[in-house]
Design a binder for this molecule. Structure first.
Ligand SMILES: Cc1ncc(COP(=O)(O)O)c(C=O)c1O
Length: 475
């Protein structure tokens, strides 16, 4: 630590760190997306114990650059196409910096009035952009996994309120599809539903939940004395970005009095575009809806929004207070901690506010449309090469494709692409076939990035197919 005034020290180092970030953004394409590193290799170069005496910001930044960054998977790289591509953008980064500086805890209105009210205001703005009912109450959690945990907890409160005092009932059932993100099943396990009480409904040829099979499963459960509790439908499921038939599922949920949670963690933000709003058809009938600004609304991880039309039930599922956090304003304000398991809460609304204001609806729409367009460009390239095939429809910015070859060849192809360091894609298994996934969404990704990545994929495919032919000839 420097002996100079710590605030002067901070000011100087702050400029240097900002310069580093700006340089990172402009030169990021020269870096590998995936590090070349084996498990334990990074930790092995660090001292075993923390330093006795403080060190300078210069030393820290220099080691961040020379040691930490080469060992990072660069999520904020324009050729990061794995899982769901995400973006931390300049306004979000600056807001994180400010939030850390004021270090407020958004647990109660009293604990920081602007943090609570900014959350209400920004979530109201997004509700308007997505054309959701004004009655939808919004809250920010860290992730969609926690949001679905809270949603299924609310579903239990809705269907079986006695569980709150009596403990868990063994006959409550949660319905997901074979393609629903595993966070719903994990939430059901965590809440004590039991894995055997999670029904995985089969999907159609486009990987959408079969509403007819959902209804049959519910009927069977009711006949067997079970209590259907929650259905999770997806708008943009993880493997293929499929969109479940939310309207049909909402009819079923209403018919049987079941809580409907819609997981739009990835696909939801496209509802901002009038030409894409149809993907959210029916969500106004959902009891809860999650979408992640940290996935595809240019906000740094973490930021996940849950909307519900039954805030009182969400609140009842978790609300507990203590004398030391009571305040005289309680009956006029929202105290967000009452709507979840966390008491202490980060000031996440600030980065959302920064992003919404810096880009405006126009700027956000330009970026979303570009990602959607680039996915169609890639889809066209896949379709034009007879050695490849598309593995799923492309409703958003995720392209699932594969070599027309056996699984092992596709697995080798993905490994070769990723080992090059020039791009990072991920995979899934669909109908027992190994499939490559290319998700586009980083704010710096250009058509050149997509075309050059496709060239890389084709070159690697050439090699893989040659090796494959040779090994076939040898056997
Ligand atoms: C559709 C969907 N839902 C939920 C999740 C979980 O998201 P989180 O990482 O915010 O918990 C994911 C993660 O990729 C996802 O794709």
């Amino acid at each position: 630590m420097s002996v100079s005034d710590p605030i002067d020290d901070f000011r100087r180092a702050g400029y240097a760190h900002t310069d580093w970030i700006a340089g990172y953004f402009s030169g990021v394409r020269r870096r590998r997306v995936l590090p070349e590193i084996s498990p334990g290799e990074f930790a092995a170069v660090l001292p075993v114990s923390a330093p006795e005496r403080g060190e300078s910001f210069e030393q820290l930044l220099s080691e961040f650059e020379s040691k930490v960054v080469p060992a990072l998977t660069l999520w904020n790289h324009p050729r990061f196409f794995a899982w769901f591509s995400v973006s931390s953008t300049p306004p979000s980064i600056l807001a994180e910096y400010l939030a850390a500086a004021v270090n407020v805890n958004a647990m109660l209105w009293k604990a920081s009035p602007a943090a609570t009210e900014l959350e209400q205001v920004t979530l109201g703005w997004i509700r308007e952009w997505l054309d959701l009912p004004p009655s939808f109450f919004g809250i920010i959690y860290d992730t969609a996994s926690v949001a679905v945990l809270q949603a299924i907890g609310a579903a239990r409160e809705y269907v079986a309120p006695e569980c709150r005092t009596e403990g868990m009932s063994r006959d409550l059932i949660v319905y997901v599809s074979e393609q629903t993100h595993f966070s719903s099943e994990r939430a059901a396990i965590t809440l004590g539903f039991g894995q055997k009480n999670v029904r995985k409904i089969a999907v159609d040829e486009q990987f959408r939940m079969r509403a007819d099979l959902l209804e049959s499963a519910i009927r069977e459960d009711v006949a067997a004395g079970k209590r259907p509790c929650c259905i999770v439908a997806s708008v943009g499921s993880t493997s293929t970005s499929a969109i479940d038939p939310v309207c049909e599922i909402a009819d079923i949920a209403e018919r049987y009095g079941i809580w409907l949670h819609v997981d739009a963690a990835y696909g939801g933000s496209t509802g901002v575009l009038p030409e894409m709003r149809h993907v959210l058809a029916g969500v106004e009938r959902a009891d809860s809806l999650v979408f992640n600004p940290h996935k595809w609304l240019y906000v740094s991880i973490d930021c996940s929004i849950l909307y519900t039309r039954r805030p009182e039930i969400l609140r009842r599922a978790s609300a507990l207070g203590a004398e030391y956090i009571r305040s005289v304003e309680d009956d006029q304000v929202v105290n967000y901690n009452e709507y979840g398991v966390q008491l202490g809460r980060r000031f996440r609304a600030l980065k959302l506010w920064y992003v919404l204001r810096y880009y405006g609806r126009e700027g956000v729409s330009v970026m979303l449309r570009e990602a959607l367009r680039l996915a169609q460009v890639l889809k066209g390239l896949v379709e034009a090469d007879a050695r490849f095939e598309l593995a799923a429809p492309v409703p958003f910015s995720l392209v699932c494709f594969r070599l027309r070859a056996e699984n092992a060849a596709n697995e080798r192809l993905l490994a070769a692409i990723n080992a090059s360091g020039q791009a990072f894609l991920s995979h899934t298994i669909l109908n027992e076939r190994y499939v490559l996934r290319c998700a586009i969404g980083n704010f710096q990704t250009t058509e050149q990035d997509v075309r050059e990545t496709w060239d890389l994929i084709r070159q690697q495919a050439e090699t893989v197919l040659q090796e494959h032919a040779l090994s076939g000839a040898r056997t």
